[in-house]
Design a protein around this ligand. Structure first.
Ligand SMILES: Nc1ncnc2c1ncn2[C@@H]1O[C@H](COP(=O)(O)OP(=O)(O)OP(=O)(O)O)[C@@H](O)[C@H]1O
Length: 261
């Protein structure tokens, strides 16, 4: 569905991404993991065309991503990022309604379908009770869920998430992951929580120093060796006894010493 071929990116004479090649299949949940500064957000920004690659090609459904008109791209691809692009003090409901913009002609008013989709999106993101509040009055986690609701209202085929669980309490972290996992669309998410990545992703791309270090299923990728080589962490790999999902336990040599009698 989405193919990234030999993509590099430089900014101010500094090479940030080095020759990345990977593909994302339709309907899959793909996680991008890697330490701070490894290039995850930059890669996502190139996918949602906030940045343009210095070299290489991206295709969406075999069509050059650069050739999509902005409105058409917004029907294909919705984004939930760290920086919330909200300038005005709209109500939550109005903001979620903006997700319908890519489907509207200039100055067309909202119709019954739009209202129903907006209601549904707010319900899924658990923000219905906030609908009359203004966005600027919300907490960080509430804002995040409203931006997700707006992305859902966009009804795109690919949802791009940059650290979606950042700012969310533990219940809402799992609620969001369950929600997006249940959507019949393709998800690409940069994730810091490796146990969430392990539990929800079909495939993981591991980035290190702006390059793709490895890719594979969580079982193939989340190993003691990868944790050491990529994250400089000691880890044990086990299973969550309740879900049987892969689970990582982290420790430092210092902590290990403290555990001894
Ligand atoms: N506007 C910019 N100008 C110069 N360098 C930048 C800019 N934006 C990002 N970088 C650099 O590019 C590299 C990759 O950054 P990026 O934000 O993509 O990493 P990340 O993996 O998403 O990090 P994090 O986990 O900390 O969010 C970093 O070294 C960062 O300092």
């Amino acid at each position: 569905m989405l193919a990234v071929k030999n993509v590099s990116f430089s900014m101010q004479d500094k090479q940030i991404l080095h020759n990345l090649t990977f593909s994302i299949d339709q309907g899959k949940f793909v996680g991008i993991i890697g330490p701070n500064g490894s290039g995850k957000s930059t890669m996502l920004k190139i996918i949602y065309r906030h940045l343009k690659q210095t070299s290489g090609v991206l295709t969406l459904c075999e069509k050059d991503l650069g050739h999509f008109a902005q409105k058409k791209l917004a029907q294909e691809l919705a984004v939930v990022t760290q920086e919330t692009p909200v300038v005005f003090d709209f109500t939550v409901r109005d903001l979620v309604m903006m997700g319908r913009t890519p489907y509207k002609k200039w100055l067309a008013s909202d119709n019954q379908d739009d209202f129903a989709i907006v209601e549904d999106s707010m319900r899924l993101a658990n923000v219905q009770h906030l609908q009359s509040r203004t966005f600027n009055q919300l907490s960080g986690g509430e804002k995040k869920r409203v931006i997700l609701a707006r992305a859902l209202a966009q009804q795109a085929k690919i949802l791009i998430l940059d650290e979606p669980t950042n700012h969310l309490d533990i219940e809402h972290q799992y609620q969001l992951m369950d929600l997006v996992k249940g959507l019949p669309i393709t998800i690409v998410a940069a994730l810091h929580d490796l146990n969430l990545a392990a539990g929800y992703c079909d495939k993981l791309l591991v980035m290190k120093d702006g390059a793709l270090y490895m890719e594979g299923t969580p079982e193939q990728v989340l190993t003691e060796e990868t944790m050491k080589q990529v994250f400089q962490m000691q880890a044990g790999v086990s299973r969550n006894p309740f879900t049987q999902k892969l689970h990582l336990f982290f420790y430092t040599e210092h902590e290990k010493g403290l555990g001894k009698n």
